[in-house]
Design a protein around this ligand. Structure first.
Ligand code: PLP
Length: 422
């Protein structure tokens, strides 16, 4: 801390860590290439189909819309008007989440261990607020870029090397050899980001694999930051839906979940984070400290929760009608995943994912790298995919196709890919 009388500069200081960020989050670079394409080939651009970013395409479930309409009407009457809600989320939603996502699966999560938010993207980044400096942080490679960039922003890394790998992070390679679930590291790490079902590889982690990670975390007093944004897409009954299905995980894991992909809430915005009360970290002086009150404090100070109509909409996803509509949405997207996967297999490409996740992860044809494949698909098939290398150096040689699309678009993408004659 530099006191006000010891000014060290004549201008307001910025957070220099932002300058360490690579040319951009992957999607801006995709955006730049797509814009260049649409400007140079306006006719072809009219046929463009986007299978890049993982944004949902199908309309919001009726149960959600009805609940939101009703909630808005309540806000229109003096007797039922509500102003600020609880910072942690309304009790009705915390209870619906704890019961439906956890207690119905025999997982003992209490209502007040659920913190409602406006997105898992924000929560995974914001969670660093309550974690100290100096942690050894492990991330998978490839990875959802938000975990890396938020650590860079907060100063948990050094500079990036020429491959985009940041000094100070421990990269855990996820390859076809380990089924895209990282091996337990030999070294000591304090924080581990795991995302299953995985974006971008579409891989799911088995119970045994998650149990090995929980055992590691307990033995090393590490914390697992478990992102289960795609939990609803799991079709294999053996695959765990929550890290808390593994005994003891409540002592070493935070879980992030979102309504974005199951309920079509990417624009509506609602998610939640589970912070078990028995989960502990360590203070600078070496004492054990529960994380729950710290996250509670963080939310109370920096957040005023999600709007009442949105929380009522999220609650409606757990009604019988809502559950049936979610099941239909999932079946639609996973039907797309099957078509895309079959088309790639017929082309002789190696295909992963697409069974428990709405992403398929495809090996590039011989002699073409990830961005080469991106350009080929854009220019020759007029389809936007995501280059694997954008998710980390271990993603080189792969590309990701998102199954979030209309059926007609997916059928057209399959045809155009086959016409490429790879
Ligand atoms: N986590 C993962 C792994 C994602 O892929 C995404 C979105 O693509 C998110 C979180 C973002 O979720 P939300 O829309 O709740 O911010």
């Amino acid at each position: 801390w530099v006191g006000s009388r010891q000014r060290i500069s004549i201008m307001a200081r910025i957070n220099d860590n932002y300058l360490k960020l690579k040319a951009g989050y992957l999607f801006p670079e995709i955006g730049r290439r797509v814009t260049a394409f649409t400007e140079s080939q306006p006719d072809a651009a009219k046929k463009l189909i986007r299978c890049g970013i993982g944004d949902v395409t199908e309309p919001l479930p009726r149960a959600v819309r009805n609940a939101m309409h009703d909630a808005i009407d309540e806000l229109g009457e003096r007797e039922t008007f509500r102003g600020y809600g609880p910072e942690q989320g309304y009790d009705f939603l915390r209870k619906a989440i704890a019961e439906n996502c956890y207690r119905h699966r025999d997982i003992a999560i209490a209502d007040d261990e659920i913190f409602v938010s406006d997105g898992s993207k924000c929560d995974t980044g914001n969670f660093l607020d309550i974690l100290g400096p100096g942690n050894r942080i492990a991330i998978t490679d490839p990875v959802y870029p938000v975990y890396v960039d938020t650590n860079v922003m907060i100063g948990n890394t050094g500079e990036a090397d020429e491959n985009g790998a940041y000094e100070g992070l421990v990269y855990l390679p996820c390859t076809a050899d380990n089924n895209f679930v990282p091996a337990i590291p030999e070294e000591d790490v304090d924080l581990i980001y795991l995302c299953y079902p995985n974006n971008p590889t579409g891989a799911a982690a088995t119970r045994e694999q998650l149990a090995a990670w929980v055992e590691y975390a307990k033995a090393h007093q590490a914390i697992i930051l478990y992102d289960a944004a795609y939990e609803a897409f799991i079709s294999d009954p053996e695959v765990p839906h929550s890290i808390y299905e593994i005994p003891g995980a409540e002592t070493c894991a935070v879980e992030f979940r979102s309504f974005s992909k199951n309920g079509g809430f990417t624009g509506v915005r609602c998610a939640f984070t589970v912070v078990p009360k028995v989960l502990m970290g360590m203070t600078a002086s070496g004492e054990s400290q529960a994380l729950h009150p710290l996250w509670n404090r963080r939310m109370c100070t920096k957040f005023n929760s999600v709007s009442y109509p949105v929380q009522r909409g999220a609650e409606a996803l757990f009604s019988d009608e809502g559950k049936a509509e979610v099941a239909e949405l999932i079946a639609h997207y996973m039907g797309n995943a099957k078509l895309l996967s079959d088309a790639c297999l017929e082309m002789g490409l190696s295909v992963f994912g697409g069974v428990n996740a709405p992403y398929i992860w495809v090996g590039c044809p011989q002699g073409i790298d990830s961005w080469g494949m991106f350009d080929k698909m854009l220019n020759e098939a007029n389809v936007v995919i995501t280059p694997g290398s954008g998710f980390g150096s271990a993603g080189e040689g792969y590309f990701r196709i998102s199954a979030f699309n209309s059926r007609a678009n997916v059928e057209e993408v399959c045809k155009r890919m086959q016409a490429l004659g790879l």
